[in-house]
Design a protein around this ligand. Sequence first.
Ligand code: MLT
Length: 253
Amino acid sequence: MKIDIVYNRKELTEIENKTVIVIDVLRASSAIVTAFANGSKSITPVLEVEDALKLYNRDNTLLLCGERKGLKPDNFHFGNSPFDYKREYIEDRNLIYTTTNGTKALLAAKKAKHILIGAFVNLRAVVNKALSFGNDITILCAGREGEFSLEDAFCAGLMVTTINSLVCNLDIEDGARWGYNAVKSVKGVLDVLNDSEIQTFLANTKHGKYLLSIGLQNDIEFCACQNIFDITPEYNMNKLMTVVGSMSFSIGK
Ligand code: MLT
């Protein structure tokens, strides 16, 4: 099995027979996982706010969710904070979702054999799900407006470290080797990092500092929590559905 990390969606190639794990730690992939953990029925990612509004005008049972510049767009029901996706708001509801980086990365991976959503909050679950398919794995970092995202790269490196501990003779491509070594340089002799160390790391990234500047400290704390959900959202037929643990279950379109 080969594994690689791609740090910019524009560099994503040859994924037709691969499993792609899409990471946008702050905050799309953390928010998507939380929404499914709280019972949302499906999430349809779209590129533009206008696309979301058009779909809503056709079906106003949908919920408009997402962000631009980290904040809820006008006329949307919810923003992109995991705390927006409380069970009482979104259970059994179909969400239309658009964000600055996360949805662009997700849709850039459409040709992949399997597309999964990963973050710190479901790291072990998404690794197990990706390994269950048996395909080569590419981990795609959403980045930030086309730039390198330190938080996504760190999460990707931690995923490579986890996969390497589970798979014999893993063929680690250069991009993945870089992330793996970066994590080891942060972890040092520690065999694990605790949530507060990850929270400190996130708070010192470019996007983390921006989120702090608009008062979203709680989001950073939440997105740093490791393995709090055994949920693996999978993208198929233009919609994200959820996979709980190792079982897929149909929850209707
Ligand atoms: C995104 O999720 O695409 C962005 O990282 C923006 C955010 O949620 O703050």
